[in-house]
Design a protein around this ligand. Structure first.
Ligand code: C5P
Length: 300
């Protein structure tokens, strides 16, 4: 038997970051949205852990490990250990989410693996336990389970759905050179100094989501990691300028980058902005709707 689970990329509509904690993580007040770029994870019975990788066109597989340090193997071992069973599986990942792009592709794969193995091994893990296992695997993994639009607190792992009445359209512009998340957080610490307060989710953003109004959302987007990421990668400023010139309502870095997201009015506008970016010789350009579902079974 094989089980395939699909999981979406995330974009942080708001990413508020506080002063570094004693455990090295940063407190976050973030609003996640799941957007329509997907990885598919297919699991099947096997005596040993095995990971295989394939990808859509224009997605470079880069440096993803396929051994024990791959996050899907950590996810598989974690759910097996939680149930006290000694099993392994073959995990085939098909990537449609750009790698190391700030879109939480690895987290999506981990969430998909938890859901797929739960089904393959008929474990019937409770939602609460799945979320807790997900939180131990990475800050963005619980959100990849629930999808849609949600507030993230703690280090990002405490998720709470929010009302989102919009049908949003995004253009994502990738970059061939990845950015290290810890390096961006370190640059944030250097730029922010010690005088920063606890992060908050702005009311104006929640209002824009409730109204489903793209021009209000355009004004409410914020990302505290954008300035430090741009300090490390000044070349990205050109993508921001090109997005504005292409007619996007707003342009913002995704998470710790380097993928840049452009808010559009609707699907036709997104195609227009994507075409304008391609005409400027960007070759990693995707259109994506949001919000979309969290990790879900797509075939049996
Ligand atoms: O949780 P995750 O494995 O995705 O985090 C990757 C790295 O990003 C952490 O090791 C840490 O350096 C940084 N991070 C952080 N604060 C967060 C989330 C991530 O400093 N809230």
């Amino acid at each position: 038997m094989t089980i395939t689970v699909r999981a979406a990329a995330k974009f942080n509509l708001h990413l508020g970051v506080g002063p570094v904690r004693e455990d090295g993580f940063h407190p976050l007040a973030t609003v996640y949205q799941a957007i329509g770029l997907y990885d598919d994870v297919t699991v099947s019975e096997a005596a040993e852990w095995q990971v295989t990788l394939t990808a859509e066109d224009h997605i470079a597989l880069g440096e993803i490990p396929t051994g024990d340090d791959n996050i899907v193997v950590r996810a598989g071992r974690a759910i097996a250990a939680h149930h006290g069973i000694d099993k392994a599986a073959k995990v085939a990942i098909h990537k449609g989410i750009p790698v190391a792009g700030g879109l939480a592709g690895g987290s999506a794969d981990a969430a998909a693996t938890l859901v797929a193995l739960d089904r393959l091994w008929a474990l019937e893990t409770s939602d609460e336990d799945l979320l807790s296992l997900a939180g131990q695997l990475g800050s963005d993994v619980p959100f990849a389970l629930i999808g849609a639009t949600a507030i993230g607190g703690g280090r990002g792992e405490i998720v709470e759905p929010v009302t989102d009445n919009g049908s949003w359209w995004w253009v994502a512009v990738g970059n061939e050179q990845g950015l290290s998340t810890p390096a961006v957080y370190r640059a944030f610490d250097e730029l922010a100094g010690t005088e920063i307060g606890d992060p908050q989710v702005p009311e104006s953003l929640l209002m824009a989501l409730e109204k489903g109004d793209a021009s209000l959302l355009a004004e409410a987007l914020t990302n505290d990691l954008q300035a430090p990421a741009l300090a490390l990668r000044p070349d990205l400023a050109q993508t921001f300028a090109d997005g504005a010139e292409a007619g996007a309502l707003a342009v913002q870095l995704s998470g710790s980058g380097p993928t840049v997201l452009m808010l559009c009015r609707d699907a036709a506008h997104a195609r227009e902005v994507a075409g304008a970016m391609q005409a400027k010789a960007y070759d990693r350009v995707w259109t994506a709707p949001g919000p979309v579902a969290g990790a879900h079974v797509v075939t049996y």
